[in-house]
Design a protein around this ligand. Sequence first.
Ligand SMILES: Cc1cc2nc3c(=O)[nH]c(=O)nc-3n(C[C@H](O)[C@H](O)[C@H](O)COP(=O)(O)OP(=O)(O)OC[C@H]3O[C@@H](n4cnc5c(N)ncnc54)[C@H](O)[C@@H]3O)c2cc1C
Length: 143
Amino acid sequence: MFINARELNNGQHIESDVCIIGAGAANITIAREYIGTSANVVLLESGGLEFDKKTQSLYDVKNIGLPSFGLNVNRLRYFGGTTRMTDNPKTGVVDENCKLNYVSNLYIAGSSLFPTIGYANPTLTIVTLALRLADHTRSLVKG
Ligand SMILES: Cc1cc2nc3c(=O)[nH]c(=O)nc-3n(C[C@H](O)[C@H](O)[C@H](O)COP(=O)(O)OP(=O)(O)OC[C@H]3O[C@@H](n4cnc5c(N)ncnc54)[C@H](O)[C@@H]3O)c2cc1C
């Protein structure tokens, strides 16, 4: 079922067993792993049901630092390493189960888990890690 959250009444809220924020490659993979279980899953994506410039402008980026080609011509647009996985909370943000250090029920998927980002296509590894994360979180919720 699709719900346009902009049409919810003031104070109305949606309850779920699992809330997945962002419907990209990683999180659609995770959501699909709940098909056939009894868990209520919300997959929350930004924007409305139609393209709108204001939401799209949230994804505007610019190159900073050393001179480089513009992002409209640059082939390499892989981002990662911002919530790196580590077994030591001092050197990273999530543990080996993709769980945020110091927060009990918040998990992260995507290339931000990588220690650094390389030049090679990252999405297969992202999806593999997402499948592993889904296995783990499914074992924690009913269904
Ligand atoms: C031009 C281009 C070409 C690429 N080509 C390749 C390729 O050939 N091979 C390859 O392996 N990879 C490629 N990539 C990289 C690939 O797209 C990413 O690795 C992959 O999409 C990452 O998946 P993700 O789920 O981590 O993030 P994303 O796919 O970026 O998904 C994140 C989702 O979260 C949503 N979101 C963000 N903030 C919020 C919020 N606050 N609330 C709700 N939702 C939110 C976004 O709208 C988005 O749908 C390419 C990327 C680009 C830009």
